[in-house]
Design a protein around this ligand. Structure first.
Ligand code: GLT
Ligand code: MN
Ligand code: MN
Length: 397
């Protein structure tokens, strides 16, 4: 390697990379065919993740404890899992509830029309939050995969929104009452498995959060695939969440636009989008870096055996680190800095920031702008973008 030794991209726990049990544990089932890989024991997953340099392991309640487990079975499983996590030096930064697999959730969980379903969803979530607290998780994710509809005449979408708010307010109250010190991270998705899912994008979630009783303890968990499915720029969504201090967690993966939720290896698609995302998270362009877990919500191709799964996991982490190094080099490049600086005329800042005053309004109205000169100026973005591509392709360091 010219600029960098290839080994320096190997992950370490300091990188704070995490995987869900359901990600590396995904057996390759899809709507057209069954599993292609055996189900892996959660303890085995934790040991393997530790061996390849991951830092954290996340889980849904039922990734670890079967839906119908007895109390004694549950305790045995949790005891063994906690011991494995401790032995390997791993951590459980995030937990979540499976509110989508069991048939009772076929019409949603918190937004279902049947009040018994909504009550059961709260009960299951409180129990799962207790499990998360026992495992030390400080972030609790809510992904409402079944919270949506196909036959839209079945409910007023405003009722769904209201039910979701009531559920969040209630569960925030529960966490506060128990003093668990957890924060909630809401994950949006536009569709799949429902025809339309309520609160379909991170932007919708950010507004929804502003209507909650305990809005301070609720943020977002944006996922690359989900925003790309909605045709949006993931980096722009993440930037808005960062700007309002609401990026509590992140689901990194790869996705082609216009497809089903692919959950591909991070950076395996849209490398430019991944570069811009890592640049933002690492703060190489300036601004405060993201300091939460770097979580991969992705799974290996259905073509793979277990060895391929670990190649997949290592690939996610290596690509993140490679992109971080590429982004740092790009932002340190004198020509890049110059091209960006040329657009940053600070002279008018006092007039353009800090809100309205009568004086500023008068000054702006009296300002002599040479519109033809400004309009005819080339901005150099072709050169800037080409430099980005050359860093990305590794020919400039
Ligand atoms: C499920 C979904 C993910 C969510 C997980 C958390 S489960 O795999 O596709 O995007 O993050 O519930
Ligand atoms: Mn996700
Ligand atoms: Mn996904």
């Amino acid at each position: 390697m010219s600029a960098h030794d290839s080994n320096s991209f190997d992950p370490t726990p300091e990188d704070r990379f995490s995987f869900g049990l359901w990600t590396v544990g995904n057996p390759g089932r899809d709507p057209f065919g069954p599993s292609v890989r055996p189900t892996m024991d959660p303890n085995h997953i934790v040991r393997q993740l530790a061996a390849i340099g991951a830092w954290g392991v996340n889980l849904h309640d039922n990734d670890l404890i079967p839906f119908d487990a007895s109390a004694s079975e549950r305790d045995r499983i949790v005891k063994e899992f906690k011991a494995t996590v401790a032995d390997t030096g791993m951590t459980v930064p995030m937990c979540t509830t499976n509110l989508f697999s069991h048939p009772i959730f076929k019409d949603g969980a918190f937004t279902a029309n049947d009040p018994k379903v909504r009550a059961f969803a709260l009960q299951k979530t409180m129990t799962a939050i207790d499990l998360g607290a026992e495992l030390g998780a400080k972030i609790y994710v809510f992904w409402g995969g079944r919270e949506g509809s196909e036959a839209d005449a079945c409910r007023d979408p405003r009722a769904a929104w209201q039910r979701m708010r009531e559920a969040m307010d209630f569960l925030c109250g529960y966490v506060k009452d128990r003093d668990y010190g957890m924060k909630f991270a809401l994950e949006a998705k536009p569709n799949e498995p429902r025809g339309d899912i309520y609160l379909p994008t991170t932007g919708h979630m950010l507004h929804f959060i502003s209507t909650l009783e305990h809005e301070d303890m609720v943020g977002v968990n944006p996922e690359v695939a989900h925003e790309v499915m909605a045709g949006l720029s993931f980096a722009h969504n993440v930037a808005q969440a960062l700007a309002c201090d609401k990026l509590f967690h992140i689901d990194l993966n790869g996705q082609k636009i216009g497809r089903y939720d692919q959950d591909l290896r991070f950076g395996s698609e849209d490398q430019k989008g991944a570069f811009l995302l890592v640049r933002l998270l690492e703060g190489t362009l300036g601004g405060k870096p993201y300091d939460g877990p770097r979580h991969f919500d992705a799974h290996a191709y259905r073509t793979e055996d277990e060895a391929g799964v670990w190649e997949f996991a290592k690939g996610c982490m290596r690509t993140y680190k490679i992109l971080a190094q590429r982004a740092a080099a790009f932002d340190a490049d004198a020509e890049v800095k110059q091209l960006i600086a040329e657009q940053e005329d600070r002279e008018l800042d006092p007039l353009l920031s800090g809100g309205y005053t009568v004086q500023k309004a008068a000054a702006l109205k009296g300002l002599d702008v040479d519109v033809d000169a400004v309009a005819s100026r080339g901005l150099g973005y072709e050169r800037l973008d080409q430099l980005l591509v050359e860093y990305l392709l590794g020919v400039r360091s």
